[in-house]
Design a protein around this ligand. Sequence first.
Ligand code: TEU
Ligand code: CA
Length: 553
Amino acid sequence: MEKAWWKEAVVYQIYPRSFMDSNGDGIGDLNGITSRLDYLRDLGIDVIWLSPVYKSPNDDNGYDISDYQDIMDEFGTMEDFDRMLDEIHKRGMKLVMDLVVNHTSDEHPWFVESRKSKDNPYRDYYIWREGKDGKEPNNWGSCFSGSAWKYDEATDMYFLHLFSTKQPDLNWDNPKVRSEVFSMMNWWCQKGIDGFRMDVISLISKKPGLPEGKMAPGALYGDPGCANGPHVHEYLQEMNREVMSNYDVMTVGECAGVTIEEAKKYASLDGKELNMVFQFEHVGLDDGEFGKWTDRRVKLTDLKRVMSAWQNELEGKAWNSLFFGNHDQPRSVSRFGNDSLQYRERSAKMLATCLHMMQGTPYVYQGEELGMTNVPFKSLDELRDIESINAFHELTGAGKITPEDMMRYICLRGRDNARTPMQWDDSENAGFTDGTPWIMVNPNYCTINAKAEQQDPDSVFHYYQKLISLRKKKEIMVYGSYALLEAEDEDLYIYTRTLGEEKLLVICNFTENERTYEIPAEFSDAEILISNYPDADHSGRIRAYEAIVFDKM
Ligand code: TEU
Ligand code: CA
């Protein structure tokens, strides 16, 4: 298989608002990031994916951009950015920026112009439609509750917003929009960044006629069904020709609704579109009637089926990204592991082993390397995320879910779980700020923080450091073929990786039940490459949340 730096890299996602505050305003910023780069270098990180830092009114915490070529006031200046980029490169790391071009902020000059009149030169930068019988143009719902259409008095028409009402969708069928985006991307590449994570890039090409969406039972609105639209690959191939093909950059497409077949096009090894995609099948397995708002837990056999399908069917055709958490997901140790006092560290290390031993580029979300957990939010006013707040009002208002259950579901699945401040030490506000943090700090910061873990050789942090350093030494971790064993076992996730004569056997116990597993004879004298227990052995005893990797050379 062709080698590439982005296949061998480990990526760390920074959510800038919550990473490190350098000026005491309670909001993370670029100089704060710069002050913590040695920590990331120490962890062994190769690439930083930085969530949006562009000018934004922060209706959706920076995913609503009003100027793509300037830095958000709260985060600092372009000089701060240039210094941060330089310091990242000095440490041998790379920087991937978050490209949010399915939509802009409604405060972007393009939209300010577009809404002025029907014949404004920027009108067709966005998607405007007449109402139907005094109502919205169709039944599409927004990801952030309510209709996906907002009425605009000035021209007596509606504009499309798949996300918040302040995030109008760009009209990608307009070649002027595409060329504006491509020139902005080139501007950033010429500044020396090393790639893009592309926000909801699978949604940019809408079906002609914007047909009515399918109504799921009990749903209040139709599904826009915009994923993998008619021209999405054409537009991405154009983007590749106009931008990426001119630089040594890494691209990962956030592809809500992507299937394996579609992923083979988005991330095909011929390099015509993107390097890899984020798929969401594995983080949708525990959804219920109202999507993520549920207390269901994922079944391990389902997780194994989905992860294995992506591992096996992309092999040799496209490249996988690997993640269990990000700024939109709850904390992985709480969702897929066990965040109790007894099992938090062990299960966090087990999850890291399970993910990092697979084929693909692993993504570590800020704090995941510490085993940071979900947050015991007590009330709505402790939340900041527009998705959770809007869903609370819509679903309780419609009598679909009680307020008590909705708060419980938000504590289990809400995005704010991953957005509380990074826990640096046990000083006030976890060392994140000496001001008032924009969102509460998880009360467990006194015991779960970077300083304590860097001093503990047996911490989750040091386990991640070991896993990441192994990836640099063991080609088999990057390029070995994956094969699932014991597909129906409901406690153990067991798989192999094979590269030439070398073979790894990865065993992960996703439960607190002690189990036994007969180690295949071929591994009877294999070395133990890594384990989250100090006394792992070949006996076949697999203890609570135990992870063992055998390496047969
Ligand atoms: O997320 C896209 C997306 O599908 C989200 O709605 C996510 O899947 C959902 O919140 C999970 O519950 C991207 C960004 O990652 C997200 O932060 C933005 O809010 C969204 O696009 C709009 O830009
Ligand atoms: Ca700040």
